[in-house]
Write a protein that binds this ligand. Structure first.
Ligand code: SF4
Length: 305
């Protein structure tokens, strides 16, 4: 079946199922074009919360589907590829969080949304890369903070806010492989281009970049910038929107290795199959959803302007 036929079939199924399609900025460009909303984790969380109570197809990795389900429990949330996970999210378990609680009694536990529902159910506040600094800054001065699972994001926020944070040892395999040498090579190839990276990159990489921004932040930054050339230090899927929404501006991946294999598992075929068969449904116990909703709701509340 050719691509156009497949897209028509999805549109038809979408109507029949009364479905909304959400897509993360890292998935394939065809899926971004097809989606009702494309965005970063925070934007997708808001969309899921405000979605109508029908079918939500979540084109992203498993924790995003879980977040959508927690925020819209009456909806049927489908993950077209349930095996698409986030290696960083798998680096911490609920049991480890409980053990850390014992080691840091009295600390506020802040958890990046890139984590399982079970882990979220054990923490106080969630955050995304778009609001991590704001969430940490909202904790009363002097209170101990434990940040998980992303050690790089925790250290970058610690540096920016000059506030001590106990950061867990997890990392994103895509962003953790970035290096200062990579930045130097990209700058030599595209002298004068603005270079931004994701705050999941190691501290020295963030320090060497012009800016560290969430994917939503990158899109806003480019739209407002008078600059014409940009080197993009995050997963390459974001280039699709950057190019599409910014005619006349040029974008270069910081390195071709910046590809998330899990995000790339999502295909048009998988979305068609999920809508046709209502497969890949996210199922969570009420107890876990109720517990995990609290730190997410706390994040959404503290993210308000
Ligand atoms: S890009 Fe990194 S953090 Fe995002 S889903 Fe892939 S492995 Fe996880």
């Amino acid at each position: 079946m050719d691509k156009q036929q497949l897209i028509s079939e999805i549109q038809e199924l979408k109507k029949q199922r009364d479905a909304v399609i959400l897509a993360h900025n890292y998935v394939d460009g065809d899926l971004q074009d097809l989606a009702d909303y494309t965005g970063d984790s925070l934007e997708l969380a808001f969309r899921a919360r405000d979605a109508h109570k029908g079918v939500i197809v979540c084109c992203g990795v498993s924790f995003m589907g879980e977040t959508a389900k927690i925020l819209s429990p009456e909806s049927r949330v489908l993950l077209p590829v349930p095996s698409a996970g986030c290696p960083m999210a798998d680096m911490v378990t609920a049991e480890e969080v409980r053990a850390m609680r014992k080691a840091h009694p009295g600390a506020v536990f802040i958890c990046y949304v890139n984590s399982s529902a079970e882990v979220k159910s054990e923490v106080d506040i969630c955050c995304t890369s778009a609001n991590a600094a704001k969430i940490v800054a909202s904790v009363e001065p002097g209170r101990e903070i434990v940040f998980l699972p992303d050690g790089n994001l925790g250290r970058n926020v610690e540096h920016d806010l000059k506030r001590p944070i106990h950061s867990f040892s997890g990392y994103c395999p895509v962003h953790n492989q970035t290096t200062v040498a990579m930045i130097e090579r990209a700058r030599a190839l595209h002298p004068g281009a603005k270079l931004f990276v994701h705050p999941e990159c190691p501290r020295e990489v963030v320090a060497a970049a012009d800016e560290a921004l969430s994917t939503g932040g990158m899109l806003r930054y480019v739209a407002a910038s008078p600059e014409k050339q940009f080197i993009v230090g995050t997963e390459k899927g974001i280039l699709h929107r950057l190019v599409k929404e910014n005619p006349g501006k040029e974008f270069f991946p910081m390195d071709d290795c910046l590809v998330c294999a899990d995000m790339k598992k999502l295909t048009l075929e998988s979305v068609r199959d999920a809508l046709r068969d209502l497969s890949g449904e996210v199922l969570l116990s009420k107890e876990i959803m109720d517990k995990a909703r609290k730190p997410i709701a706390e994040m959404l509340e503290r993210s308000k302007a």
